[in-house]
Design a protein around this ligand. Structure first.
Ligand code: FES
Length: 185
């Protein structure tokens, strides 16, 4: 091989050899090892938070806390003859007659509206559809199919009237007997 041929093949070889990167250049991987680990820990922490939240809800389920159906209405002696509106915020009227004491639940037996007490007429009248109840809670007019409920009554050793709205009666003669009627003078 001649000298010219050798030079020519050397120049061809240098023309096809791979280009080396400059010494200062680094390979581009998109994310460093530290960044990768940080992202992994972050994802793990987020997953742990979701699991902890789910487990927490298992121990604290949705519960609706309703007020107790039993309450102390105060001394029996404080209820004079007639209808007391003292506990209407608990949807209860306390009625005292010459024969004794009873209470009525202030919920209309038609669709649950709150009737109003008309002292001059001695009637409870429902403003929604016109049901009318007498002093005993008996339905005398309107669409309501049943009498007003009478709740369970009890007199504590202190002389206080304890009303339990979770136990009720609306039929005669049971509603006119203890514990739905207290024959006190
Ligand atoms: S809810 Fe009282 S009459 Fe209808």
């Amino acid at each position: 091989m001649s000298e010219d041929q050798l030079k020519s093949s050397a120049s061809v070889a240098s023309a096809v050899s791979p280009v080396k990167p400059p010494p200062s250049a680094k390979p581009s991987s998109g994310m460093s090892r530290g960044q990768f680990l940080l992202a992994g820990y972050g994802a793990l922490a987020a997953f742990g938070a979701v699991i902890a939240g789910s487990v927490g809800r298992f121990f604290f389920p949705n519960v609706i806390y309703e007020p107790s159906a039993i309450f102390n209405a105060g001394s029996v002696k404080d209820f004079n003859s007639g209808v007391s509106l003292k506990w209407i915020n608990k949807q209860v009227w306390v009625v005292r007659t010459s024969k004794g004491l009873y209470a009525l639940i202030a919920i209309c037996r038609h669709l649950g509206c709150t009737p109003n007490w008309f002292q001059d007429q001695q009637l409870f009248k429902c403003p929604c559809h016109g049901s009318v109840y007498n002093l005993q809670g008996t339905i005398i007019a309107g669409p309501a199919p049943r009498n007003l409920w009478r709740p369970h009554l009890e007199i504590a050793t202190t002389g206080d009237l304890i009303i339990d709205k979770s136990i009720v009666q609306d039929s005669s003669p049971m509603r006119d007997e203890p514990p739905f009627f207290l024959p006190i003078s």
